[in-house]
Design a protein around this ligand. Sequence first.
Ligand SMILES: [Zn+2]
Length: 455
Amino acid sequence: MSSGNNNNEVAMAQPPSRFEDVLHVLKRPGALAGDGFDADSGDDVMEMMQDSISLLVIGAGGLGCELLKDLALLGFQNMTVVDMDTIDVSNLNRQFLFRPADVGKPKAVVAAEKVNSRVQGCRVTPKHARVEELSLDFYRQFHVWVLGLDSVEARSYVNSVACSLLEYDEDGNVDPSSIKPMVDGGTEGFKGHARVIYPGMTPCFQCTLWLFPPQTKYPLCTLAETPRTAAHCIEYAHLIAWPRDRPDDEFDADNPEHMLWMFEQASSRAATFGIPGVTPQLTSGVVKNIIPAIASTNAIVASMCATEVLKIVTMCLRGMDNYTMYMGGYGVYTHVASYERDPQCIVCGAGIAIKTRADSTLASFRDALTSDSGGDGALPTDLRGKVTSPSISHGSSNLYMAHGPLEPLTRANLSKSLRELLFAEADMECERRTVTLMLNDKALAAPVRLRVTVE
Ligand SMILES: [Zn+2]
């Protein structure tokens, strides 16, 4: 037997590692690698991905199932998945981690179980909770957050959490160690997006809120006078005929009699104008504003997101800068746009610089903010005199909550000095420090960051 055959036998006896393909990427130098990438450390990087990196996956629905699968198969082993929903039978066509027997169970729990049992070594921890219920310390423990959400509100909330963790120095430069990179995916029918957000460095969700325009509604005159589509006839029945003919009934889309009435009204309207296509299914879809969920759109967007997570963690390639739009309705058209931060963004901006003394009490600091001169003139003119009863927090600790059950619990802090509250552990002698405090008040649309330099 020749030595060549022997080598073949050895190769056959030892199958390649499960992550052979990922390792190829991690061990290959190239002009497109990110800053600091070292192809000689590929094995160490793989080990880090598996052992040290922990990912937060928010959402275990259509995108979340795909994300968990993709990330697990890339080699990420420590993940926590958050979802507030339970499994509905209508999810089963695309949320492939779920089976009919799982209907009614929490999505996060079932998704974690399925991935853990299928991918050896994977440790997905489920959290059946709303994103608003989780503490700052919970969020802080993860290296990268991956969002597979279907609502603007939930995205805004998670974005505000990531931005509230940012620390800025006196000059308004963000502390890189306070940044939690986020990868956000979203789909709507055949359309989708994937984006990478480094809060404080690249545009946050709030900076580009205009990317999510309010849902388009048909002009009432079109519905009333010149309907052209089946959807126009259904919206006519919904928005005009129902309040006209049944003013005392509150419309309930889950009431079969109401939906039948709606379908019959829309059908007769369509017959009058010779418009085809009104069906009970379409009536339900239009009235409930259901956008069809396409499984392959989720798969494409989730794969873009998972790839970006790999790039962020390993630097094997420069990441997406910073928003990819996918238009499945036109083939597989994609477009990458490099959006810019809004320098005035109240969520991710460096905030308002304020100087104060370490021996000031929290009460005097607060009173300076609420006076007409606004913290010795530090608050911008549009806030001066408007902020009347602010709550102040530092990281995850509430220094003073002006309202609710936390007020009596935090009241004692008002007479403490900032040195005592902020630097209990540190020696403040001859030191000058900048800390980030969050200020909230009913006069504010969102919490405002204060960059407080304490001397
Ligand atoms: Zn922003």
